[in-house]
Write a protein that binds this ligand. Structure first.
Ligand code: S3P
Length: 428
């Protein structure tokens, strides 16, 4: 298959409004469907993943309408959800599948949930085990670890969980099930993962207690429809932050980007590498902080990252690895074994892809070791169907010597449908 060829550029200029946050869009649709009354979502992400969540809700009998990036959901509460007459298809989306299972665990009917080949190879026991402990019956491939999964929900009992991975999808699935369980449900994570579910539930009128890495909810809470304004996705902005840092000349402005502290690890890492990034006009709307980001070129230097920073930048590691390939010295990323169970095994696919373009990347069991260089040759790289790889290779092409041919570039549609036309606009 012929790829999309990305030519190198020497400068970038312009203002880019990155599309709505993927995590927040999923939650706005799902909580809107669980609530009583109308929910209006603005700047909803039209990526394939969030459209999967909307499609699943329709199959459950939730009424919604969409015009462009605005979505109106006519919530009638979860009591009104109906047994779907067909399999729910979460496509490529781990968030759709895991949060949907949590939300449905208290429903007294059967659902079967599946997804594409990538999703069917991703571990599900991390959510099916706790939901089973709460009282749901779940069967799936390999003892319930892989989709297709069939769940028959019903009476749930609140429980205390200590998770072994810092995962917002796991935490959120348990919290959503906890809302329909008797008594209290408590989740403690090894490090704090993104907290959009907790923040948005409060906006929908539910009491959620959280302190550091512990979250508690009580069953029986009722959600009331809300207006949700989705900020731009910092995970999408990350591609331009790296482009704007590595390119020779120019300045880029990214207005209205979500800067929730559980997501800003990429800002911390790039700044520690010497990036020239400034936050302007910081504000908070619908419980989520946002800001305008300004980026200018800078010489980056290698750093070591690991520990509690990792969940705060887990989705940005592919593009961070591109940045590290141009940094002075070595960058070491550790404690990131979770990357092996993302849309692809991103430790392997990032190392293989970047090395094919002329970088020096070593695969570690739980991360990457990257020797920075002054330039990157370019060549051919495939997204392997992974949206974040598609965009990382395109950015690598813009800052390479010879350009990059990106195979399966359309994978970017999962989280950034307009990506190619936007880079054509800013790259000169
Ligand atoms: C997400 C959580 C993260 C992230 C994913 C979106 C979410 O996954 O990688 O892209 O919306 O909750 P984990 O929670 O499994 O780490």
């Amino acid at each position: 298959m012929r790829g999309v060829f990305i030519n190198p550029v020497s400068s970038v200029e312009g203002e880019i409004q990155v599309p709505g946050d993927k995590s927040i869009s999923h939650r706005a649709a799902l909580l809107g469907g669980m609530a009583h009354g109308e929910t209006h979502v603005s700047n909803f992400l039209l990526g394939q993943d969030c459209l999967s969540t909307l499609r699943c809700l329709k199959q459950l009998g939730v009424h919604w309408e969409r015009q462009g990036t605005e979505v109106w959901i006519r919530g009638e509460g979860m009591e009104a959800w109906q047994e779907p007459s067909d399999v729910l298809d979460a496509g490529n989306s781990g968030t759709t599948s895991r949060l949907m299972l949590g939300a449905l665990a208290g429903s007294p009917f059967a659902v079967t949930l599946t997804g594409d080949a990538s999703l069917r190879s991703r571990p599900m026991r991390r959510v099916t085990d706790p939901l089973k402990q709460m009282g749901a019956q779940i069967m799936g491939r390999k003892g319930g670890d892989f989709a297709p999964l069939t769940m028959s929900g019903g009476h749930l009992q609140g429980q205390v969980f200590r998770t072994t991975v810092a995962s917002a999808q796991v935490k959120s699935a348990i919290i959503l099930a906890g809302l329909r369980a008797s008594g209290e449900t408590r989740v403690e994570e090894p490090a704090l993962s993104r907290d959009h579910t907790e923040r948005m539930l409060r906006g929908f009128g539910v009491e959620v207690q959280s302190e550091e890495t512990v979250v508690k909810v009580h069953g029986g809470g009722c959600l009331t429809g809300q207006k949700v304004s989705v900020p731009g996705d910092i995970s999408s902005a990350a591609f331009f932050l790296v482009l704007g840092s590595l390119v020779g000349r120019g300045e880029m402005i990214l207005p209205n980007v979500g800067v929730n502290p559980t997501r800003t690890g990429i800002l911390d890492a790039l700044k520690a590498m010497g990036a020239d990034i400034e936050l302007l006009n910081v504000s908070e709307i619908c419980g989520e902080p946002r800001a305008t980001l300004r980026v200018r070129p800078a010489q980056l230097k290698g750093i070591e990252i690991g520990g509690t920073l990792i969940p705060r930048l887990i989705d940005e590691i592919p593009i961070l690895a591109v940045a590290a390939s141009f940094a002075e010295g070595e960058t070491v990323i550790r404690d990131a074994a979770e990357l092996r169970v993302k849309e692809t095994d991103r430790i392997r696919t990032v190392a293989v892809g970047l090395n094919a373009l002329g970088a020096k990347v070593e695969e570690l069991p739980d991360g990457l070791r990257i020797q920075g260089q002054t330039s990157l040759r370019g060549g051919q790289a495939s997204s392997l169907g992974d949206h974040r790889l598609a965009m990382a290779w395109a950015i690598a092409g813009l800052v390479s010597k010879e350009g990059v041919s990106v195979e399966n570039m359309e994978a970017a549609d999962v989280s950034y449908p307009d990506f190619l036309s936007v880079i054509k606009k800013v790259a000169q």
